[in-house]
Design a protein around this ligand. Structure first.
Ligand code: UGA
Length: 460
């Protein structure tokens, strides 16, 4: 099918490139001219494993191209994915001005029937507003607009995998034709008929994705409800970690046993510095505001957010307790991205920690495998060092703030020798307390007692 993607951020780029790779003809557009130029030159403005390959293949096959002209993208398309940003307003509500803007432009540009699909994360009832805007601003043309919601469940860092191997594809529609078109768009994924950019030569056998057809309001709610529930799980694990610290338990032992119950499940129970990124924190806020606005008490979610914010305070307390005076201390920070395998530092807990350290006038040297460039733009006063060993040299403390796999493999013996004081605070519970202690480190983390010598549970 001929598709348009509006918004070349992370979601738009993954959606557009993967749909083109799956066989559709995609024209993607963005109002950021520099971004379009970068993409046209074959470069990606974000770090997302595997996406460069997908984009190059789709462009080379002539199925994906980029334009700065929205009308051109919309012109030939049968279906249009709106993938623009919905950042949080001061109030926590989602800023829908970009959606509104795009709706008006689509209405003005369209001269044939269009299916307009919300892909951006939006509060429930946005679909209705979108339909109204398209009708009002397109009133002078004979064009008909159909509206649908198709929330994305892509995780940064594994988005290409997620696109081709989703657990579920949710479409919120109002009519049969929209349902038919969306099924057609996702047919290659549903039938497993695509050249997988992740698995060679064939994908491992797995369950085909569930294709769920819902109302538009349900689809919108599914997205917010899912992200909020993930945040809730993480905050729950973090409170259990606090209890473990007070009572001498080990949070990993507790959450591992909990996760073996299929009703609970093992994922998103890793305690530590809490959740960040441009999705969970802002979606929880927007969902909360939506509930408030409609008179529904969602204190449960308010607490989730509060617990998450407190993680940073708790880490700062640990640092303060260990260092006594923070001012003038040299602190090495490993990890700046909000999670591994991405260069995204938006709402990253690590960024907030560094800001607090700078406010206390510590001397910060920071390292990250891919996020240093983006962090540099928002963190003046920090020395950025690519080599983690050099970042650790002469440091009074080392903080692990993002769980990049390569940090586990570091030569910690060497780091211990080179630090002024061998103190590691592992805010992501990555390393073994017993091993770090054996290497002579003063070591702290969240909810795992330093004296626990076991690293795995006895399962037999
Ligand atoms: C999240 C959702 O997981 C996706 O399903 C969704 O599509 C996406 O938001 C979105 O709305 O676009 P993402 O923001 O990429 O994906 O990141 P997550 O993998 O959910 O991690 C979020 C944060 O939680 C990270 O800071 C991570 O370090 C933290 N986390 C995750 C924990 O602290 N503990 C855990 O057990 C898991």
């Amino acid at each position: 099918m001929r598709l348009a993607v509006i918004g070349c951020g992370y979601v738009g780029l993954v959606t557009g490139s993967c749909l083109a790779e799956a066989g559709h003809e995609v024209v993607a557009t963005d109002n950021d001219v520099a971004r379009i130029e970068t993409l046209r030159a074959g470069r990606l403005p974000i770090h997302e494993p595997g996406l460069d390959l997908v984009m190059q293949r789709a462009c080379a096959a002539g199925r994906l191209r980029f334009t700065g002209d929205l009308a051109e993208a919309v012109g030939a398309a049968e279906a249009i994915f709106i993938c623009v940003g919905t950042p949080p307003l001061e109030s926590g509500e989602a800023d829908l001005s970009a959606i509104d803007n795009v709706a008006r432009q689509i209405a003005a540009a369209a001269s044939s029937p269009k299916l307009v699909i919300e892909k951006s994360t939006v509060p429930a009832q946005t679909g209705e507003q979108l339909r109204r805007a398209l009708a009002v601003y397109g009133r002078n043309s004979d064009t008909t607009f159909r509206v649908a919601s198709n929330p994305e469940f892509l995780r940064e860092g594994t988005a290409v995998y997620d696109f081709f191997h989703p657990d579920r594809i949710v479409i919120g529609v109002e009519d049969q034709e929209a349902q038919r078109q969306l099924r057609e768009i996702y047919r290659p994924i549903l039938e497993g008929k695509f050249r997988c950019p992740v698995h060679q030569p064939v994908c491992p056998a797995g369950r085909p994705p569930a294709f769920l057809v819902t109302t538009i309001a349900s689809a919108e709610l599914i997205k917010h409800a899912s992200n909020s529930f993930l945040g809730l799980k993480i905050s729950y694990a973090n409170v259990i970690a606090d209890l473990c610290e007070r009572l001498g338990g080990d949070v990993e032992e507790v959450t591992r046993a909990m996760g073996l119950d299929p009703r609970i499940g093992p994922q998103f129970l890793n305690a530590g510095l809490g959740f960040g990124g441009f999705c969970l924190p802002k979606d929880i806020q927007a969902f909360l505001r939506l509930a408030e606005r409609h008179g529904v008490d969602f204190t449960l979610l308010k607490e989730t957010e509060k617990i998450n914010k407190r993680r940073i305070d708790q880490l700062m307390e640990k640092i303060q307790k260990a260092l006594w005076v923070v001012k003038d201390k040299r602190i090495a920070v490993l990890g700046l991205a909000f999670k591994p395998n991405t260069d995204d530092v938006r709402f990253a807990p690590a960024i907030e920690v560094v800001r607090r350290l700078l406010a206390e006038r510590a001397v910060v040297r920071a390292s990250d495998p891919v996020a240093m460039e983006k962090a540099r733009a928002i963190l003046p006063g920090v020395e950025f060092i690519e080599d983690p060993y050099r970042a650790a040299q002469g440091a009074d403390a080392l903080l692990l703030l993002t769980e990049w796999a390569q940090y586990r493999e570091l030569d910690w013996k060497r780091i211990s020798r080179e630090m002024a004081r061998p103190l590691v605070i592992d805010a992501r519970n990555m390393l073994s307390p017993a091993e770090m202690k054996a290497l002579g480190f003063e070591y702290d983390c969240f909810g795992r007692p330093a004296l626990n010598t076991r690293t795995t549970l006895v399962t037999a």
